[in-house]
Write a protein that binds this ligand. Structure first.
Ligand code: URA
Length: 215
């Protein structure tokens, strides 16, 4: 797969299929059903990239013809953490590719007075320190909630965290790098900027509304 591995903390997946699907998702007239289907498809391709550096070990197996030492993933199974609610759209596709992953959820809302993220739900696998963790949220916008979610995952003991999103704003990428330089971000695109309401421009609108048909 071609991909631009820009700086170490950021991977932009510039594969033609990813870019094509993202363009259709951005279009305002794309239906909820198509948006959801495309998100599922694109998340498989992004999942392929975000797991590229997982360590391998080998195990002795027997094929119908002979024995061999064959590569197998090292260590405990992955933990996928969905940042509610839009994270669930990415989660479904990633789980299709990694069905044995453990799954957790982080729920955050924005306090209208302080504009800071407030936790309302947190349920993650107990043995998080032993697992590679992939946090999923389609939009890395201001980075406030994503950084807060990673804070919580680290408080729960996670040490090996990747952040998977569909679209990022430069502001969010910067914020995550400052707060968590050890967390690699994998995304399909980094857009131009945020607007005054914190939406990514040109973006695709509200990812949750578009995938769930709300608003
Ligand atoms: N969340 C979204 O769903 N869209 C944006 O553009 C920014 C944050």
């Amino acid at each position: 797969m071609t991909h631009a591995r820009t700086p170490d903390h950021l991977t932009v997946v510039d594969h033609p299929l990813v870019q094509h699907k993202l363009t259709v998702m951005r279009e305002a007239e794309t239906s909820t059903a198509s948006f959801r289907q495309l998100l599922r498809e694109i998340s498989l391709l992004l999942a392929y990239e975000v797991t590229r550096d997982l360590p391998l070990t080998s195990k002795r197996i027997t094929t119908p013809l002979t024995e061999m030492d064959a590569p197998t993933l090292e260590g405990k199974k992955l933990a996928l953490i969905s940042i509610l609610r839009a994270g669930n759209g990415l989660l479904d596709g990633v789980l299709e590719l990694i069905p044995s992953a453990r799954v957790g959820f982080v729920g955050l809302y924005r306090d209208e007075q302080t504009l800071q993220p407030v936790q309302y739900y947190f349920k993650v696998p107990a043995d998080l320190p032993d697992r590679p963790v992939i946090a999923v949220d389609p939009m890395l916008a201001t980075g406030n909630s994503s950084v807060a979610a990673v804070d919580l995952l680290k408080q729960a003991g996670a040490t090996d965290i990747r952040f998977l999103c569909l679209l990022a704003a430069p502001e969010g990428v910067r914020r995550m790098k400052e707060a968590h330089p050890d967390v690699r971000i994998v995304t399909a695109a980094v857009d131009e900027r945020l607007n005054e309401k914190g939406y990514i421009l040109p973006g695709l609108g509200d990812a949750g509304d578009r995938m769930f048909g709300t608003k």
